[in-house]
Design a protein around this ligand. Structure first.
Ligand SMILES: [Zn+2]
Length: 247
């Protein structure tokens, strides 16, 4: 068996593979061995899902096509049983998603994906705290995902809370206040824009998070500058299921 990526890269990949394996081992050791199965180990033979070895543009096109199937009500039937053996030994998702914890916004459904396709990190308000950033860095450095999508959505409760904090000085108990504090700067920016503040703040939060990923992470920035990674933003429409990608 020979998948396209492992064949094409055989001649040039020995050193890269060593470096990647070393990084994977370092990350795994540093994390006390609790990190999910890593792709470098799996790729001693071939990626568990060869069809997921995509360049950034092809990965985005695949997300768009999957969302179109979901919107149109023609999602594929996902029989998980036949993929279990391959995925038991590794993973090579074709995209990472930083999404909201909202129960109505489920990336695997929204993009008609199976297990092993998306590396999803979720937090209410889909912003980049240190833990989200570290998760995405793992996806880029070890799993070599070619695409990161920051996925906001309509009528996000976390954004709404931040809007009320900014416009009405609302206060929140516990660590909810930390979510609000993280999103509030985007709300402040959005106040200068025309349109409904909840809508503009939602988009601004996504744009700010996209920018923050590269600004705060040399792993993400370097991969993007090398053309191995794209970081894009999108808004999920609750009524239709459509994801509008932000330009
Ligand atoms: Zn939300």
């Amino acid at each position: 068996m020979c998948d396209s990526k492992s064949c094409a890269h055989t001649a040039v990949s020995a050193r890269r593979f060593f470096l990647r394996s070393s990084l994977a081992a370092t990350l795994a050791v540093a994390a006390g061995g609790v990190l999910p199965g890593n792709r470098a180990v799996a790729r001693t033979a071939s990626p568990p899902k060869p069809q997921n070895v995509l360049d950034p543009d092809a990965a985005l096109a695949q997300l768009v096509a999957g969302n179109e199937r979901y919107v149109s009500g023609v999602s594929r039937r996902h029989d998980f049983t036949h993929e279990r053996p391959a995925l038991a030994t590794g993973q090579n998702p074709y995209a990472a998603v930083l999404g909201c914890a909202d129960s109505r916004v489920v990336p695997e459904y929204a993009f008609d994906c199976a297990r092993g396709d998306l590396f999803v990190a979720r937090v209410a308000g889909n912003f980049a705290n240190d833990d989200m950033l570290g998760s995405l860095e793992y996806a880029v450095a070890v799993l070599e995902v070619p695409l990161i999508l920051v996925l906001g959505h309509e009528r996000c409760g976390a954004v709404a809370a931040a809007v009320r904090a900014v416009t009405q000085s609302a206060e929140y108990p516990g660590q909810i206040s930390s979510l609000v504090s993280a999103i509030s700067p985007s709300v402040e920016k959005a106040r200068a824009l025309a349109g409904d503040l909840q809508e503009t703040a939602t988009a601004q939060n996504v744009r700010d998070t996209v920018a923050a990923l590269s600004a705060r992470s040399s792993i993400i920035r370097d991969a993007a500058q090398a053309g191995k990674l794209r970081v894009v933003g999108g808004i999920y429409r609750l009524g239709t299921g459509r994801v509008e990608f932000l330009g």
